[in-house]
Design a protein around this ligand. Structure first.
Ligand code: SF4
Length: 281
């Protein structure tokens, strides 16, 4: 059996930098993470070994350490200020590409557009994006477009980890339902997400089975799994090597491997080693 690793997979620079900054801060003084640094239980366990405490971005003032860490997913300005005003020092690990999405949304609002965010309303990144703009609409499915207000100008950005094809399809639907409105999209899907999605398309051309490695609550990992399934592959999403089942690979010659942007390299290596073991027995 041949294992094919996607040309672009796994941890992105944004997550890597956030981990490093948290690591460095935790070595200097006790810190509380305001949410999951990334949606990956392996990373969470690693941070616990450093003594990093777990808190919540929304529970302003509840952290027991003097320093708190804002995660790579970012936060609204209002929330950031609330923590500062409560007397905490902040290590801000917001990914620069999430910052860009915040700036794009703020610019659209300044220019008089009704703000629209394509993404999951409950996701921490989206909550941060719309946190300073209570009038913003969040859409994820074509049915959500029905609830957009009849505004003369609609300014759209997206959660950084949404597949670009979903974003473009929703923008077309918005244009269709609002023919009289000026509709402007600023593409804020991040480059690493696009690269991993495109690399997966290549992988699906030769591999009937795809193993996607990453946290079950990681949006970009789930998007990879959904895309592989849409492209006709049998896709399995695992968080660790222990979840692999030998029957997934029976009679299969080519297996593709990819991983979400919050997956550690060592987890990818462990999964590949385990697949080799399972298929040699
Ligand atoms: S997935 Fe994209 S936006 Fe999120 S941390 Fe990585 S590079 Fe940044």
């Amino acid at each position: 059996m041949n294992l094919h690793l996607a040309p672009h997979y796994g941890m992105c620079f944004g997550v890597r930098d956030a981990l490093r900054a948290t690591h460095d801060a935790a070595r200097r003084e006790p810190v509380t993470l305001l949410g999951q640094l990334v949606h990956n239980p392996v990373v969470d366990a690693h941070l616990r070994t450093l003594g990093v405490r777990q808190g919540s971005l929304t529970a302003v003032g509840a952290a027991s350490t003097a320093r708190v860490v804002i995660t790579a997913h970012g936060a609204s300005e209002a929330r950031r200020r609330a923590w500062q005003q409560a007397g905490y020092a902040i290590t801000d690990t917001t990914c620069p590409l999430v910052h860009k999405a915040h700036q794009a949304l703020a610019m659209l609002v300044r220019e008089g557009y009704h703000p629209v965010v394509i993404g999951q309303a409950e996701h921490v990144e989206v909550q941060g994006l719309v946190g300073d703009f209570p009038q913003a609409s969040v859409v994820l499915e074509p049915e959500d477009v029905l609830h957009l207000p009849a505004a003369a100008r609609l300014g759209i950005i997206s959660q950084t980890t949404q597949p670009l094809e979903r974003v473009l399809a929703l923008v077309s639907e918005i244009k269709r339902q609002h023919p009289g409105s000026e509709v402007r999209l600023i593409d804020t899907v991040c480059h690493p997400t696009k690269q991993r999605q495109t690399a997966l398309e290549q992988l699906c051309q030769t591999c009937p089975v795809i193993v996607v490695i990453g946290g079950r609550n990681s949006n970009n990992t789930r998007q990879l799994t959904e895309k592989a399934t849409r492209l006709g592959a049998r896709a399995y999403q695992v968080e660790t090597a222990a979840e692999l089942q030998p029957e997934w690979f029976q009679g299969i010659r080519d297996v593709g491997i990819t991983a979400g942007t919050s997956t550690l390299d060592e987890t990818v290596t462990a999964v590949m080693d385990r697949i080799r073991q399972l298929t040699q027995d």
